[in-house]
Design a protein around this ligand. Structure first.
Ligand code: GRF
Length: 201
């Protein structure tokens, strides 16, 4: 079993999808050993506690400095025995120390088809741009924001009457399946990375 740290900032629907998959699929291959949040009092922490996963708050506002914050997150993950990090709606950018300590071992999900619509406002910008197709991207994290070798993508249609909420809901339905699939493949050593190319072996 691959021990993983899951990093969260919000409602934790992806965290829930990962924990549910782990509970229902004996061959999942990844074991969450800690849930790390950048802020206290969020729903994701309650979800972790409900599944008896240890939690740790590394409060961004107490650091306000990417370098010391990154070090604290990596320390917490490694102290818990994690060998990889899974960012699940984590709204902080980790510094280069994270990639050095977890090389090609940090995964992220993004609610758009990267490289389109990077950043925290992806769904709003998707609607503003008037594109007809968006989707979900699961990728390895590198030193740029919403960037790094792409593991999996799936498209989602954008409808004329979509609001941010309706599009987010449709995107997350896909995300909640695709992210656990990608984590499972990673945990089983099925992802071969060559530069920017990821091959499912
Ligand atoms: C997800 O849709 C993810 O793509 C984005 O933030 C959202 C977090 O949602 N990075 P949740 O906290 O997992 O519910």
């Amino acid at each position: 079993m691959l021990p993983i740290a899951i990093c969260v900032s919000g409602s934790g629907s992806n965290l829930a999808a990962i924990l549910d998959r782990g509970a229902s699929d004996p061959d999942f291959g990844a074991k969450p050993v800690i849930v790390i949040s950048d802020r206290p009092g969020i729903r994701a922490l309650e979800r972790a506690t409900a599944s008896a996963i240890p939690t740790r708050v590394i409060d961004w506002s107490a650091h306000g400095n990417r370098q010391t914050f990154t070090r604290a997150v990596c320390d917490a993950a490694q102290q818990a025995g994690a060998e990889a990090m899974v960012l699940a709606g984590f709204m902080r950018i980790l510094g280069s120390e994270a990639m050095a300590r977890f090389p090609l071992r940090i995964l992220n999900t993004h609610p758009a088809l990267l490289p389109a619509f990077r950043g925290a406002r992806a769904i709003r910008e998707t609607l503003e741009a008037g594109v007809k197709v968006s989707g979900v991207t699961i990728h390895f994290v590198d030193e740029e924001v919403d960037h790094g070798p792409i593991i999996a993508q799936q498209s989602v249609p954008v409808f004329a009457d979509d609001t941010e909420d309706t599009l987010r809901e449709r995107i997350q339905m896909i995300e909640h399946l695709l992210y656990p699939d990608a984590i499972k493949a990673f945990a089983h050593g099925m992802l071969a990375v060559d530069g920017n190319q990821v091959t499912w072996t």
